[in-house]
Design a protein around this ligand. Sequence first.
Ligand SMILES: [Zn+2]
Ligand SMILES: [Zn+2]
Length: 136
Amino acid sequence: MSITGECFCGKINYEVSGELRDARSCHCSRCRKAFSSQASAYALVDANDFKWVTGEQHLATYESNHGFGLQFCSKCGSTLCGIFNGAVHGVTLGCVNGDPRVEISQHIFVGSKAPWELIPEGVKTFDEGPPPDGSS
Ligand SMILES: [Zn+2]
Ligand SMILES: [Zn+2]
């Protein structure tokens, strides 16, 4: 069964035929702005497994430095995916429908979290980026 996602207004829908992986939440100040939230909630996807189903013409793209960017609905503003060099790199978990069978395994850059955010006990946190071996 494929994973689906859509924006708040429902004009844009996508489908992922493979699995989401490496779900993470980044609490840095840049991600807070980009996701309009206390942190990002994001999982990687294989670009070949991803396709827009409806509403691709309503997508707007913001490209930042180093080839990374975000694509969002120009009608309602939901951020749907991240792109790298023009290809879909991952999806925002907030726009995924139902249970994508993936859990956020690490909270990164918690050292620069917003002063108003309380981190729940028991979640795996890192003050900065993930450990270099990526094994956790
Ligand atoms: Zn929308
Ligand atoms: Zn971040």
